[in-house]
Write a protein that binds this ligand. Structure first.
Ligand code: BTN
Length: 248
């Protein structure tokens, strides 16, 4: 499939021009190290959306990297006014799930705080960083990959591998539309959308908050407070910014 990158900016800007939410302006880069870093360098303002066709040094949460898979995935940073990071992580996961669902017949799950999962493998991830008065909400989604470097073969999946027929521009358009709507949702709506896709609620799971293991039953999610896990020692509110399920 040949992509015409020359039309991406104008077609994506047209999507934002038709929306009524907080997203206003597309900044398109044919290649960059990380859309998060590009947004920092250009001192991006709330309402801007930094998109690249090739990200060479993407970052994940908790010091991890986001693999460079040439021109097969999508990498986007949404710039919004600074507020609680946990809320944006949830909103980003929901937006990515909604965008993916446009191309898949089956449900897409979210795994708190920031993973979008299909068939037990990671389809997209969200990274929220706060800089001065803005939040940078980075979303990476796997779209066209059919093979993976190293151990990612066991853990990652793309829309193509999940059976979708799609191109990256179409997926980006869906993501922009979904994100503009989700970023306007109130907490009750976000909680409902998350719960409808959540694979953890009611299960017993182990989380690592700042490296300390907490095992318990997942009781509920509140966008501003985090995830409530209950065990014999009591209730534990886990913070999206510092919690993982792997301990790394
Ligand atoms: C994670 O799963 O740990 C989060 C991955 C976030 C990756 C995206 S791709 C766009 C943006 N730019 C980055 O460098 N990282 C995020």
């Amino acid at each position: 499939m040949t992509e015409n990158l020359g039309v991406w900016h104008d077609e994506l800007q047209a999507v934002l021009n038709a929306t009524t939410g907080p997203l206003k302006e597309v900044v398109f880069l044919r290649a960059t190290d990380s859309t998060q870093d590009a947004a920092r360098r250009m001192r991006a303002e709330a309402g801007q959306v930094v998109i690249t066709a090739r990200q060479t040094s993407g970052r994940g949460r908790l010091g991890r990297s986001w693999a460079d898979t040439m021109e097969e995935g999508i990498a986007v940073t949404f710039v919004l006014p600074r507020e609680a990071g946990g809320r944006y992580a949830i909103a980003g996961s929901i937006a990515a799930s909604m965008a993916a669902e446009q191309f898949l017949a089956q449900a897409v799950n979210v795994k708190w705080p920031n993973d979008v999962i299909f068939g037990g493998k990671k389809l997209a991830g969200v990274l929220v960083e706060q800089v001065d008065d803005v939040a940078l909400i980075g979303i990476g989604m796997n779209v066209l990959q059919t093979s993976w470097p190293g151990s990612l073969a066991e853990t990652a999946v793309s829309l193509s591998q999940a059976g979708a027929t799609c191109d990256r521009l179409g997926v980006l358009k869906s993501l922009l539309t979904a994100a503009d709507a989700v970023f306007q949702m109130d907490d009750a709506c976000l909680t409902g959308e998350f719960a409808a896709r959540d694979g953890l609620l009611g299960t017993t799971a182990t989380f690592f908050d700042k490296g300390i293991a907490v095992t318990g039953k997942v009781m509920c999610l509140e966008p501003l407070k985090g995830l409530l896990v209950r065990n014999a020692e009591g209730d534990h509110w886990l913070d999206a910014a510092t919690t993982s399920m792997t301990g790394r």
